[in-house]
Design a protein around this ligand. Sequence first.
Ligand SMILES: [Zn+2]
Length: 118
Amino acid sequence: MNSRNSLTKEQVSRLRYMLNNDYSYRAMAKAFDVCTDTLKRMLVREGLAEFDGAKYAISPLHKTEQRHWARPCLRCKDDKPRPQWQYICDKCKSSVDVNGLSDSYIEAMNNGDGDVEV
Ligand SMILES: [Zn+2]
């Protein structure tokens, strides 16, 4: 796989030419002897095209990767990792007697205490 090598000017202009002439990504990938995913990454990297979704983003962070914290649950002190900003565990959250405490209310109560994991 040579996808990490940057493209020559010639290759870039060839890509641009193919884009302008409505080549399919599959055809372009074939011309460059890469798979379509690699081709799309090449296009993104060269600024020739943009694609929706993190799949083709240059950033290593995956879209579904969410920050977690091990803050004890406000109700039962359970400290299993939860998605950050979720103050009560799923078990308590789904229990019936939440006393009408909404996440945003709890969040407001806890504003500024500074023990957020970064
Ligand atoms: Zn809990």
